[in-house]
Design a protein around this ligand. Structure first.
Ligand SMILES: CCCCC/C=C\C/C=C\C/C=C\C/C=C\CCCC(=O)SCCNC(=O)CCNC(=O)[C@H](O)C(C)(C)COP(=O)(O)OP(=O)(O)OC[C@H]1O[C@@H](n2cnc3c(N)ncnc32)[C@H](O)[C@@H]1OP(=O)(O)O
Length: 233
């Protein structure tokens, strides 16, 4: 069992699996069917700016070089199950806690937390994230909390590393906060895989205003592809 999981996790990098096709993902959960909504699609809380950027990049997807990445509160893909089986020590986690587990950046009601959509261009080794931070992400009055900015940066550069290297974890994330991000504004996070050294994936990104006039933050990061033969805990 573990060996086959390890083998599947090893191939995850090649398949760059993880995300499923667009639309809802179905999971049978006890008797009723749980339908996980694809959160990377417009909802009424999206501003005009966010919708415009979404429409622009959906057109690029039609041209073929970019791909929209679906995003769910919970992932029930085989990759995710393999990750849990292989790396999560059952003694550390209680089942009832795990049943409540959700992706942190997808754990807020529409419009209150992280509203975002990511597009990837594997040929250019880039992931672009359009992010609208809601009112529950306030740091100093009127501006987005630095930890919330770090979370969406981690998710964006992490997705960039994941597309190239499969199951990765953040080893290092350095952020220079240049200008505060006004709460509820839309920003463009442009992630770029800079180099790969063995299991080390170096990814950088900028966080800019929609007009590109304001550079809010810049970050560098190191992600490590997990070694299935090494325990995490
Ligand atoms: C991921 C999902 C899995 C399932 C996928 C399915 C569906 C999901 C779909 C999409 C997912 C998309 C993207 C994911 C998005 C975001 C990812 C979020 C990631 C996180 O939010 S994750 C939480 C925070 N993260 C941690 O909780 C990690 C704690 N940490 C550790 O668990 C270990 O630390 C680990 C595993 C990182 C490495 O451990 P290890 O034993 O495998 O590797 P080792 O230590 O041997 O280092 C190997 C080489 O890296 C160098 N190195 C290591 N650390 C360094 C550092 N800090 N600075 C400079 N160099 C460093 C060494 O110096 C050596 O270099 P050299 O080879 O040259 O000697």
């Amino acid at each position: 069992m573990l060996r086959s999981c390890a083998a599947r996790l090893r191939t995850l990098g090649a398949s760059r699996g993880g995300a499923r096709g667009p639309g809802a993902a179905r999971r049978s959960f006890a008797s009723e069917e749980v339908v996980d909504k694809d959160c990377a699609l417009p909802n009424p809380s999206w501003s005009k700016d966010l919708r415009l950027l979404f429409d622009q990049f959906m057109k690029k997807c039609e041209e073929g070089s970019w791909k929209r990445l679906p995003s769910y509160k919970r992932s029930s893909t085989q990759n995710f199950k393999d990750f849990r089986t292989h790396y999560v020590d059952p003694k550390l986690l209680k089942e009832e806690q795990m049943s409540e587990a959700q992706l942190f950046t997808r754990s807020f009601e529409d419009g209150l937390g992280f509203e975002y959509v990511m597009f990837c261009n594997d040929a250019e080794k880039r992931v672009v994230c359009f992010f609208q931070g809601g009112p529950r992400l306030q740091g100093v009055p009127g501006f987005t909390h630095g930890g919330a900015i770090a979370s969406i940066i981690d998710a964006t550069v992490g997705t960039c590393a994941f597309r190239a290297g499969g199951v990765v974890m953040t080893a290092n994330l350095n952020i220079n906060y240049k200008r505060p991000i006004p709460l509820c504004s839309v920003v463009v996070i442009d992630g770029q895989l800079d180099r790969v050294e063995g299991r080390k994936f170096f990814v950088s990104c900028s966080v800019r205003s929609v007009s590109e006039e304001t550079l809010y933050s810049e970050a560098t990061s190191l992600f490590i592809a997990l070694d299935p033969n090494k325990k995490l805990t």
